[in-house]
Ligand binder design. Structure first.
Ligand code: SF4
Length: 222
């Protein structure tokens, strides 16, 4: 017999909930609870969370909120996969904001962020040519970004860097959001090389190295 949650409008499929240090973005290094939702319609070549594409467990928003509260966090990040692929992600975000946490959403940039609670910090990817998913970028999201939000480029090579630099300028991203993050694709581009390019071009972006990979070699649960 199917679980009653299967038909519950507020059920979400969850891969994992865990407490760790934020590995990326403006709050890097801060203790954070991560809620990883299952599923993603993209297949980026460098994806490090393919284990979240399938499986997971159906949980109600109440059950998720109760587990999050057990960690007594200040920061909560909803991630994936692509969290917005599940429509109950929107009420989950609002529930977490209502509970008083500083909530961020990590999203691929392929789905609309229009319904996201305005209290949420959106960390929006723009997929580069070498990601293999550039055609999925939904540029109607750009005008929806605010100074609370962040834009992230995962950069695989020099052509990606040049593309990202062009998009930074085209959309004046540094004036639209609090941080533009340039992150080297792990194992594909050395952080030092990307740092030297950023310095040479004097770009208004933040180099981001993924702390959880340095500390825990990207083991699930960190
Ligand atoms: S959007 Fe994120 S989770 Fe989805 S395939 Fe790309 S890197 Fe992986």
């Amino acid at each position: 017999m199917a679980s009653p949650l299967t038909h519950s409008p507020d059920a979400l499929r969850i891969t994992e909930i865990f407490y760790s240090l934020q590995g990326e973005a403006r709050t890097v290094g801060l203790p954070t609870v991560f809620v990883r939702l299952t599923g993603c319609p993209l297949r980026c070549v460098y994806c490090d969370t393919a284990y979240a594409f399938t499986g997971g467990e159906l949980r109600s928003i109440d059950a998720i909120a109760t587990e999050v509260a057990g960690y007594r966090p200040r920061y909560v990040t909803v991630t994936g996969g692509e969290p917005l692929a599940q429509k109950s992600c929107l009420p989950l975000l609002t529930t977490l904001c209502d509970a008083g946490y500083e909530v961020s959403l990590e999203t691929s940039g392929a789905l609309s962020v229009a319904g996201v609670d305005p209290r949420v910090v959106k960390v929006l990817d723009l997929k580069t040519p070498a990601s293999g998913e550039m055609q999925r970028n939904d540029y109607t999201n750009i005008p929806l970004l605010t100074p609370r939000d962040q834009v992230k480029f995962v950069i695989c090579d020099r052509a990606d860097y040049d593309w990202a630099r062009f998009k930074l300028d085209e959309y004046r991203l540094d004036q639209r959001v609090s941080d533009v993050l340039f992150s080297p694709s792990h194992g594909q581009l050395h952080g030092r090389e990307l740092a030297e390019w950023i310095l040479a071009d004097n770009l208004p972006v933040r180099l981001q190295l993924q702390l959880h990979k340095l500390l825990w070699n990207d083991a699930p649960g960190h």
